[in-house]
Design a protein around this ligand. Structure first.
Ligand code: PMP
Length: 362
């Protein structure tokens, strides 16, 4: 029996234990084929079934209408920072960006090479602790698209609503909160998400794109950077990450058994409630980073009174079976990442240490 760890890593993050068990059991013999999923051709019928199941899992969980395509790509969410403007932004056009944290800022910076980029909201001056109120954003009427990051993994701020930009297509980096709650899919033109938090292992990025956006490409691009080519080839314009797609399919099945996004949303809300309550009841010993209306349910960021105490807390947590709590180097402090697979029991364990630690060090 391996030692038990509550893994608070921001990503790659913990996988559902049931998925790891099934993958381990099938590692050298997937579905009675006598071969590992890593050893079979991506053009085989067996892999065709595995890919189709992964896609249909995403379609069901996201409630995708038939005019949305599902792509399983590589290059991480970071490549999408460039692929989105390459495919959707002509040099003479403008794209609107909402910048509520580290990743959104990077996305906006990447887009500058491809057209005019207008930052219509930035919370950088106040340290990336807020998101705009619903209806606050004035979208440029002719924008090629509006880009935002639904959950900022490093800063710990999350939009509590689906952004509505009217007729302007909304592009959303959902890397760290995809499938963590129900969304109104029709509000989105394109969603992308690196897999390594809520979907599976790294090396895979999910892109969900409304069909009418496939034909927008304003410039000649290499095939592997062209959404239309990737869609026309069902994500197999070259050899896809077969292993990661297989695991994503298992994660989808696991999530469906938990009641899908609507079911896991309740669990996620409770985990976040318990943790933020511990912060709020600590008389300021633990200072939450995000404003209350922007608090992330996935990445809970807070700080102790000084950096030495932050480090001591992380050390004690490690000694108590809790890993991955050190905040990102860009912001310091503590970050507890509690994605779909993370159990409430782990949050309760952390909260116990928080109250004990504050008593001893406050
Ligand atoms: N966007 C967000 C919100 C992220 O959290 C991350 C990092 N995991 C990225 C983009 C970059 O993802 P990747 O490392 O997969 O390129």
């Amino acid at each position: 029996m391996s030692k038990h760890i509550f893994n608070f890593s921001a990503g790659p993050a913990m996988m559902p234990p049931e998925v790891l068990e099934q993958a381990a059991a099938e590692l050298s013999d997937v579905r009675g084929s006598g071969m590992s999923v890593m050893e079979i051709s991506h053009r085989s019928d067996l892999f065709g079934d595995i890919l189709a199941e992964a896609e249909s899992g995403i379609r069901r969980l996201m409630n995708l209408p038939s005019n949305y395509r599902v792509l399983f790509l590589q290059g991480g969410a970071t490549l999408q920072f460039s692929m989105v403007p390459m495919n959707l932004l002509a040099p003479v056009d403008t794209a609107d960006y909402i910048v509520t944290g580290y990743w959104g800022k990077k996305a906006a910076k990447c887009a500058v090479a491809f057209g005019d980029v207008k930052t219509v909201y930035s919370s950088e001056d106040t340290g990336f602790t807020t998101v705009p109120e619903q209806g606050e954003i004035r979208v440029s009427p002719n924008a090629a698209y509006l880009h935002y990051t639904s959950n900022e993994t490093i800063d710990g701020v999350e939009f509590p609503y689906d952004l509505d930009a009217g007729l302007v297509p909304v592009v959303c980096d959902m890397s760290s909160d995809v499938l963590s709650r129900s969304i109104d899919i029709e509000k989105y033109g394109l969603i992308y998400a690196g897999a390594q938090k809520n979907l599976g292992p790294s090396g895979l990025v999910l892109v969900v794109i409304r069909e009418d956006l496939l034909d927008r490409s304003p410039r000649a691009l290499p095939d592997l950077l062209t959404y239309k080519v990737l869609a026309d080839n069902d994500s197999m314009a070259n050899t896809p990450n077969t292993w990661a797609i297989y695991l994503l399919g298992l994660v989808c099945r696991w999530l469906e058994a938990k009641g899908g996004p609507a079911g896991i949303e309740q669990v996620n809300a409770e985990k976040a409630r318990v943790l933020y309550e511990a912060i709020d009841k600590s008389d300021g010993f633990y200072a939450g980073r995000a404003e209350r209306n922007a608090r992330s349910r996935m990445n809970v960021t807070f700080a102790l009174p000084n950096a030495e105490l932050d480090a001591k807390f992380v050390e004690e947590a490690e000694a108590n079976g809790m890993s991955g709590l050190k905040g990102h180097r860009a912001v310091g402090g503590i970050r507890a990442s509690i994605y779909n697979a993370f159990p409430l029991a782990g949050v309760e364990h952390l909260v116990d240490l928080m109250s004990d630690f504050a008593r001893r060090n406050g």
